[in-house]
Ligand binder design. Structure first.
Ligand code: ZN
Length: 413
């Protein structure tokens, strides 16, 4: 699938001796260093294209963009893979509700998402793969699971069978009852008759009347969501054959920890005998007026709407960086206004004939990002620099700072 155009990423002008990046791993709960390697493999779950792009999405993709930018700046090659779930129940339900063809709905939302990502200067993934185009891969992965005895059928649908060998539950640390509740809330079917374990997940859904289906050795149907990501990650990230981990980072919003990432991890474990990711990284949720921002609450704030109302995309990005990525937080129009004012002041400072010292600030930005993406600390340091520059302090190099802000934070001045 075509993604979006890549923003220019300036090379940093002086020997960037970056600190090693540490990120909080949801599996262990600890801040862990991302081992320096020539090639980093990162998988971030993409959207289901029917309500793109609300600020929760934006916060997630900006977070992983910061990680991507940091790894690139430290000299690594990053194989960044993202999927797009361009056929799934919520998309089909929305298309039915609005009496439009599901393909037209998906296409329009894929374009809108790409335009939003471009506005936010998010570097596109190396491989951007749609569920529909991945169907042959998914069928292969299901057959591999079948050969390992981890798939069974109910009527014409196929389920992945969770087992103790898959280490199921070691990512989310939830007990069985908690899992059942969340599974039901997030598209699972724990009570379906015939299941061996209430937490087994659908990997292939037989074609329903009035719904799309694709022919396969499993019969006509469509892929389940979890196996889609597992199959795409294992194919396009070309995992290493040695070592105990398949990829370096699997990421997404924290609402994906269970069931989605737990299922992907369990499937990858059965397929390969290895832990899917060294680091499982999750961004917090964005809310509005005290409520979680979600389709069901009907309180989505869309990036495209803010831009249409005249918001500077840099201010949206800046506002998202004012809190730590892992924190659940509220969005507000005041937050955006305050970010607009910060952008105005940074612009003003960078346009001065002379500016406050820049190298110490750039080092502070690097060190703060390395420490589990501490963007509030980054922005505090930038604000202090702006104050000093506007007070008349000199000896810095504005261009050097502009390049660093663009390269590391995706903020172009
Ligand atoms: Zn996924």
């Amino acid at each position: 699938m075509d993604s979006w155009s890549k923003p220019r990423v300036p090379a940093l002008g002086f020997g960037l001796n970056t600190s090693n990046l540490s990120l909080t791993n949801s599996r262990t709960g600890a801040k862990e260093e991302v081992t320096r390697k020539a090639l980093q493999r990162m998988y971030v779950c993409g959207i289901t294209p029917y309500d793109a792009t609300h600020l929760g999405h934006a916060a997630t993709y900006v977070t992983f963009d910061l990680i991507n930018r940091y790894l690139l700046a430290s000299g690594a090659e990053v194989n960044y893979v993202q999927n797009i779930t361009d056929v799934d129940d919520p998309l089909l339900e929305r298309a039915r509700r609005d009496s439009i063809d599901w393909r037209d709905l998906a296409h329009s939302q894929v374009l809108l998402f790409a335009s939003d990502m471009e506005h936010l200067r998010v570097i596109p993934p190396t491989h951007y793969i749609g569920a529909v185009e991945a169907i042959p891969l998914v069928v292969d992965a299901i057959q591999s699971l079948q050969r390992r005895g981890a798939v069974y059928a109910i009527d014409q649908d196929y389920y992945f069978s969770n087992s103790p060998q898959s280490g199921f539950g070691e990512l989310s640390h939830l007990n069985h009852t908690e899992m059942e509740v969340i599974f039901a809330q997030r598209g699972g079917d724990p009570t379906r008759a015939g299941k061996l374990n209430s937490l087994d997940c659908l990997v292939w859904m037989s074609q329903r009347e009035g719904e799309p289906g694709w022919p396969s050795t499993l019969g006509a149907g469509r892929p389940g969501w979890h196996i889609e990501c597992t199959a795409i990650a294992l194919k396009y990230l070309s995992p290493e054959s040695t070592g105990q981990y398949l990829i370096d980072i699997q990421g997404g919003g924290s609402d994906l920890i269970f069931p989605h990432h737990e299922m992907c991890r369990a499937q990858a474990m059965i397929l390969t005998g290895k832990e899917l990711a060294t680091n499982y990284v999750h961004a917090g949720m964005i809310g509005l007026n005290g409520e979680k921002m979600s389709k069901s609450e009907g309180n989505l704030v869309l990036v495209s709407s803010l831009i249409a109302q005249g918001a500077d995309p840099r201010a949206i990005r800046y506002a998202l960086l004012t809190d730590h990525y892992r924190k659940d937080r509220m969005w507000s129009s005041e937050k955006l206004e305050s970010a607009q004012e910060s952008i105005r002041r940074i612009n003003l400072a960078l346009s001065m004939a002379t500016v406050h010292e820049t190298k110490p600030l750039i080092n502070e930005i690097i060190d703060s990002l390395a420490d589990d993406l501490d963007t509030p600390r980054v922005l505090r340091a930038v604000t202090t620099w702006v104050d000093k520059t506007l007070d008349g302090s000199t000896r810095g190099d504005a261009q050097e700072l502009k390049d660093a802000l663009d390269s590391l934070l995706g903020l172009q001045f």
